[in-house]
Ligand binder design. Structure first.
Ligand code: GTP
Ligand code: MG
Length: 418
């Protein structure tokens, strides 16, 4: 089955903040003017009704958004990274492969145009202008951009039914659905009576499956004629087809071939989907009279159709039993996923302190990003960093964790004595 795909996405990193000082004639000590970086681009997934499957994600499996540019002198901000938008069919459910339970669910895209940010771009780093203070007028520290979020996603195209009834207009699809389930689609002697999929539950012994009438197939559907694109979109979201042909028409076998050609023109995978061919309207005397001829024309192209009358119910129970058998043979890759959109995941606390033997280790992304961008070997820079450590609330967190003056502290590659 091709309705589950795994992809890796990586949002753009934030651009680094700049360390820069004004150079002006006759001004010996220009102030800091390093601008901020730009935010990294997001990865966005958008539902698009013209897309019917997830096949395109088979060819390429990693998607990256652009990183933000670094800031520059003269307070110039770096450009933000471009978002990357991935389009998927309506009905795609997105989950995070590395999360368990409810936290795994990211979105259920049910409407055309609906979009969701699946990986956020990294925040930009601050330039050194932000670090000036009355006691530090020449800050030589700035902030590195945050890395963009990175995730492995499962994209699943949710099915509207196990089995789709397909076939030209007026062949008896609604009548078959009525004969086999409690669904009540409109039945009429003109084409395109059914305009949206109608779903019913079929019981076979103690088992049940969901059967849907897929409306709107005509020649040229793959080019968007008639309700063409809708037809194909709905057809994609089933596991197998009951392909109904009208036995009272001149050449049922050719009709079947034409429908399958149409499917294949749109998507070769659709044409390969399991289908049972059903010749309908066997109650009509003229159909009964031609039955041997009709069966022979199918057999000559390697197909043994089932024969039914959707109106009288003849052959319908046998057809449903055989449909159930075929379904059981199809590898079931479906997975239950929660229905709705769950988002913000609890944010991790800004500062974490823990003890590693005799050292207090500080995890604080804001500080780590400053350290990453600064020359920590320089005494002046270390003094400036110390100010930031206090400002960011790291000292408070250390005190709370039980640190006393003289204790050893570490935050990424910076070590100091409290
Ligand atoms: N004699 C006979 N007529 C049938 C049978 N099945 C359907 N019909 C008639 O064929 C016509 C079309 O039937 P529908 O069930 O509406 O066909 P459909 O394929 O759903 O048509 P659309 O939704 O318009 O594409 C109606 O007049 C039905 O009564 C059958 O087994 N025998
Ligand atoms: Mg119908």
């Amino acid at each position: 089955m091709f309705d589950i795909t795994e992809i890796r996405v990586r949002a753009g990193d934030g651009g680094d903040g700049a360390i820069s000082f004004r150079h002006e004639k006759y001004v010996p000590f220009g102030g800091p003017d390093g601008g901020d970086g730009g935010n990294g681009g997001n990865i966005i997934i958008e539902a698009d009704a013209t897309i019917t499957n997830l096949l395109r994600f088979r060819q390429e499996s990693t998607y990256k958004a652009e990183r933000g540019r670094s800031g520059q002198g003269s307070k110039k901000h770096g450009k933000r990274g471009k978002d990357l938008v991935l389009v998927v069919p309506v009905g795609t459910v997105i989950s995070d492969k590395e999360q368990q339970g409810e936290g795994a669910s990211i979105a259920d895209l049910e409407q055309d145009g609906q979009r969701v940010v699946v990986a956020k771009g990294g925040k930009a780093g601050l330039g050194n202008v932000h670090f000036a203070s009355s006691t530090n007028q020449a800050p030589r520290i700035a902030q590195k951009g945050e890395p963009g979020e990175e995730k492995t996603l499962l994209l699943e195209l949710r099915l509207i039914a196990d089995v789709g009834i397909i076939g030209y207009p007026n062949v008896g699809k609604s009548t078959l659905l009525t004969a086999s389930s409690a669904a009540k689609p409109e039945i009429a002697d003109y084409p395109f009576t059914t305009r949206a999929p109608v779903v019913g539950v079929v019981e076979v012994g103690l088992d049940t499956f969901v059967l849907a009438e897929i409306p709107g197939l005509i020649e040229g559907a793959h080019r968007g004629r008639g309700l063409g694109h809708d037809f194909l979109r709905h057809a994609t979201r089933t596991r197998m087809f009951l392909h109904v042909v009208d036995g009272s028409l001149p050449s049922p076998a050719e009709d079947m071939t034409r429908v399958n050609t149409e499917l294949g023109l749109f998507d070769t995978a659709l044409a390969r989907r399991p289908q049972l061919v059903v010749v309908n309207k066997i109650d009509l005397p003229e159909v009964r009279a031609r039955l041997t001829e009709i069966m022979e024309s199918f057999r000559s192209i390697g197909i043994t159709p089932l024969v039914i009358s959707a109106v009288t119910g003849e052959g319908v129970a046998e057809l449903m039993a055989q449909t159930w058998n075929t379904l059981k043979q199809i590898d079931d890759t479906r997975k239950e996923l929660p229905e709705k959109v769950f988002r913000p995941r609890p944010q991790s606390p800004r500062i974490v302190v823990y003890k590693d033997r005799d050292t207090f280790v500080v995890e604080a992304s804001a500080l780590e990003r400053i350290i990453a961008r600064s020359d920590v070997a320089d005494a002046e820079v270390r003094w400036q960093l110390n100010q930031q450590i206090d400002k960011l609330g790291v000292n408070r967190a250390l005190k709370k964790a039980g640190a006393v003056p003289g204790d050893k502290i570490r935050c990424s590659e910076l070590e100091w004595e409290w």
